[in-house]
Design a protein around this ligand. Structure first.
Ligand code: IPM
Ligand code: MN
Length: 327
């Protein structure tokens, strides 16, 4: 079986790490029929194109999208983030942002294994808001948070379903003590969905407290579910406490459509071309793509080959080669 996959290396170290991911996928025996898309900050600086309707339509016909990282110095904030990444998430309805964190070690001390389910299409990312009296002394800027019952419920249900295949524990992370409207919707939805999963135990943490537990006691977590912005921030912290952001993969999932796979990290323009970029996050994102394509055995082999990341050292391509050798 050959899968049709869009490749979007992007900017900075993006193309370098994606090349290693593709090398590893091929070595694991999975054949991809790839279509490359030159998009990101550099493309925008060259001809002003961020993303087109035609490209979105092409993507929706493919089996998956595999991406590196986007963002270039010199591009104003928001152009690529909103115009490319968020547009992709919204138009392809990639409503689950799944970020697993695993740290091998002493099971009751530093070892941990948890997954953050970040709602990926709503919250403060929705773009609600605007300016009044811009550039005056009386300027007002608002940035609302959009939370729909539908959007919250599908993220929460996904988290409970996932927990059923793991340690059967789900933690809701929010800030219900201050965000009394959106927090209330999240909490009620979470409690109602929980009734359908009597075997799953639940917990609730305020997001600030969750930050402490990520550092001090991550073993308490199995699956976490949270809002878009909280999830963005928490998952950088998740990477930092799990061996570094260079190891953290992402799946942006539409369980009924095309999905997109990328590292949590950014384009790191400061280290482009130095060989210092760690390709493991991109390789593990590739493994998540293989899971999604139904190539579970190859995905597991790749994860196994990356399971002691401290022993994988060298340049970007040397690490890729070492993973291939272990396959
Ligand atoms: C991420 C990134 C993006 C986000 C940015 C680049 C739009 O930080 O995927 O975590 O905020 O979601
Ligand atoms: Mn982020």
């Amino acid at each position: 079986m050959t899968y049709r996959v869009a490749i979007m290396g992007g900017d900075g170290i993006g193309p370098e790490v994606v090349a290693e991911g593709l090398k590893v996928i091929a070595a694991a025996g999975v054949e991809l029929d790839t279509v490359s898309y030159d998009l990101g900050g550099e493309r925008y600086l060259r001809d002003g194109v961020v993303l087109t309707d035609e490209i979105v339509a092409e993507w929706s016909e493919l089996d998956a999208i595999y991406a590196g990282a986007v963002g270039s110095p010199g591009v104003p904030p928001g152009v690529i983030e909103r115009g490319l990444l968020l547009r992709m998430r919204f138009e392809l309805d990639l409503y689950i942002n799944l970020r697993p964190f695993k740290f091998p070690g002493n099971a009751d001390r530093d070892g941990h294994d948890f997954v953050v389910i970040r709602e990926n299409t709503e919250g403060t990312y929705a773009g609600e808001g605007g300016f009044l009296r811009k550039n005056t002394a009386d300027e007002i800027a608002t940035q609302g948070s959009v939370n729909t019952r539908h959007g919250v419920e599908r993220a929460v249900r996904y988290a409970f379903d996932l927990a059923m295949s793991r340690r059967k524990h789900v933690t809701l992370v929010h800030k219900t003590n201050v965000l009394t409207f959106s927090g209330d919707l999240w909490e009620r939805t979470f409690n109602e969905v929980a009734v359908d999963y009597p075997e799953v135990t639940t917990a609730y943490n305020h997001v600030d407290a969750a930050c402490i537990y990520f550092v001090d006691d991550p073993q308490r977590y199995d699956v976490l579910v949270t809002d878009n912005l909280f999830g963005d921030i928490l998952t950088d912290l998740g990477g930092a406490v799990s061996g570094g952001i260079g190891l953290a993969p992402t799946a942006n999932l539409n369980p009924d459509g095309v999905s997109m796979f990328e590292p949590v990290h950014g384009s790191a323009p400061d280290i482009v071309g130095t060989g210092k970029a760690n390709p493991i996050a991109a390789v593990l994102s590739g493994a998540m793509m293989l899971d999604h394509l139904g190539e579970d055995a190859a995905a597991d082999r790749i994860r196994k080959a990356c399971s002691d990341p401290e022993s994988l050292s060298g340049s970007t391509s040397e690490i890729g080669d070492a993973i291939v050798a272990r396959l």
